[in-house]
Write a protein that binds this ligand. Structure first.
Ligand SMILES: Cc1cc2nc3c(=O)[nH]c(=O)nc-3n(C[C@H](O)[C@H](O)[C@H](O)COP(=O)(O)OP(=O)(O)OC[C@H]3O[C@@H](n4cnc5c(N)ncnc54)[C@H](O)[C@@H]3O)c2cc1C
Length: 459
């Protein structure tokens, strides 16, 4: 499948184009989820994974934190590192106290297969009552063997009690699809619905602490704008595995740095946007009409397609990419004062307990002030295009520096805080005392020359 068709509130539709990027093609493939999961499982087994069947139930703890689980069949499962890939309601996350449920952006979605030949993916934002937009969206996606996938999902913020609305409104949504003309007939009987939770926008979940890492939905990586999370689950799973292979002691730090660089810039802005939109259904109804107005939608649709699918990173140069870049630059400024962005700032700052956790320092450990490890996340000193960063070898050579990770490639646009929301990189240090760690981080940072569009900046 290629472009998607989006209906926002009215019967006006906008065709969102699918562009080939530098790192992705201009099309996607659809297949039943069970088949897709089986392919992933077979690939893992072929790569040497050992299959263990059973539900993990009770945590096994040691002085260093979570060490494994009792399985439902009564057996023990222990490991050097536990990676929770167990979905939105992750048992691993709960057992390791990594979730603050009062801050999570929850969603719930139901879907079914119906007999219908559908050529393009349809995304439908809809008003069951005039001027009160449904707090989510529905879809009709091409499938295989003459079947299409139809579904309805909604955002709930921190209150999971409203999830039943997805089921309650499903039949009315099918009628709406018929009225729009995208579904040719009503199914003779209600199709079997499958439902599931979505944990969106990272907020409320500390994704790594000591020897426990969370990936995919367990880490809350679902895109808050369009509700998809398969790609993030696969990519974060790989990053977690690579972080462990590079050494279990620093795996949580390494993996946290990956998430901070790869997903936090987009998710922190869009989580804040989703939260704001859910509180203002009337305003969103108005916005929906504005965005689907023919002239404006024609001008914006390319950038819309890139930004809301979080595809800016690999996008090829085009006017559509420029529009998406503008949104990506404006987003942090527009959301900088909200609670959501504050959570991200705290969760990812050097002083926060969250990063202490990521570094393996227990927050309630009275000796933590003498714990000798630290990280410095550094940003761009000014706006422009990053040309390069000489001095990396010198920075790595500073005694106490364990690692330097650069997370933005040369040639990318960068901005300083507070407008910018992306770190240029991370320095990690370990030493005998916190003072030595701080000294090492500062010394290493001063070795880096951040060159922005022809202007050198020694920091
Ligand atoms: C209706 C619906 C439609 C969606 N459509 C799309 C889409 O079109 N595109 C897209 O990208 N995303 C979609 N998503 C989101 C997507 O399904 C998730 O983001 C993705 O599956 C996350 O993968 P995961 O491996 O992190 O978690 P999951 O796919 O939830 O896998 C977690 C696994 O852990 C297992 N597990 C849970 N608890 C335990 C336990 N205690 N012991 C042992 N095992 C356990 C579960 O059985 C499950 O197999 C949709 C979600 C829903 C609900």
């Amino acid at each position: 499948m290629t472009d998607s068709v989006i209906f926002v509130v009215s019967a006006e539709s906008v065709r969102l184009p699918s562009f080939p990027g530098r790192t992705y093609p201009d099309h996607a493939m659809a297949m039943p989820r069970a088949r897709f999961d089986a392919i992933l499982r077979d690939a893992a087994l072929a790569a040497g994974a050992e299959p263990v069947t059973g539900r993990v139930v009770d945590p096994i703890r040691s002085a260093n934190g979570l060490q494994g689980f009792m399985r439902s069949d009564g057996r023990r499962l222990r490991a050097d590192v536990v990676i929770g890939a167990d979905g939105a309601l992750s048992r691993v996350a709960t057992a390791a106290s990594l979730v603050d449920p009062s801050r999570v952006l929850w969603g719930f979605a139901v879907s079914a297969y119906v007999e219908e030949l559908v050529r393009l993916p349809h995304i439908v934002m809809w008003e069951p009552e005039p001027w009160r937009i449904f707090p989510g969206y529905g879809w009709l996606f091409p499938g295989v063997d003459g079947y299409a996938n139809v579904g309805l999902g909604l955002g709930l913020r921190a209150d999971r009690s409203g999830a039943v609305a997805a089921t309650d409104w499903f039949d009315a949504f099918i009628d709406h699809l018929r009225r729009l003309g995208v579904l040719s007939r009503r199914p003779s009987r209600r199709p079997a619905l499958r439902g599931g939770w979505l944990k969106m926008g990272m907020i409320g979940t500390i994704a790594a602490r000591r020897r426990t890492l969370l990936v995919g939905d367990a880490a809350g990586l679902v895109n808050p704008l369009q509700g998809e999370g398969i790609s993030q689950a696969m990519r974060s799973g790989r990053a977690a595995a690579e972080a462990v292979l590079a050494g279990p002691d620093a795996a949580a730090t390494r993996y946290s740095a990956f998430l901070a660089a790869t997903y936090a810039p987009f998710e922190s802005v869009t989580a804040a946007a989703q939260s704001a939109m859910l509180k203002r259904p009337r305003l969103v109804s108005v916005l929906g009409r504005v965005l689907t107005a023919p002239v404006l939608s024609h001008a914006l649709r390319g950038g819309w397609s890139i930004y809301w699918n979080d595809l800016l990173e690999g996008a090829a140069p085009s006017s559509a990419r420029n529009i998406a870049s503008l949104v990506a630059l404006a987003g942090p400024a527009a959301t900088s004062r909200g609670r959501t962005r504050r959570w991200f700032t705290e969760a990812m700052s050097l002083r926060s307990s969250s990063l202490r956790h990521a570094l393996g320092l227990p927050a309630d450990d009275p000796t933590r002030e003498s714990a000798a490890s630290g990280v410095m996340m550094f940003t761009s000193p000014r706006a422009g295009v990053l040309e390069g960063m000489p001095g990396q070898d010198e920075a790595r050579a500073v005694p106490g520096i364990a690692e330097l990770e650069i997370t933005i490639a040369s040639g990318r646009a960068v901005q300083p805080l507070p407008e910018g929301d992306r770190y240029l990189g991370f320095l990690f240090a370990r030493a005998g005392t916190p003072e030595e760690v701080e000294g090492a981080l500062r010394a290493a940072h001063s070795q880096l020359e951040i060159v922005i569009a022809g202007v050198g900046s020694r920091r």
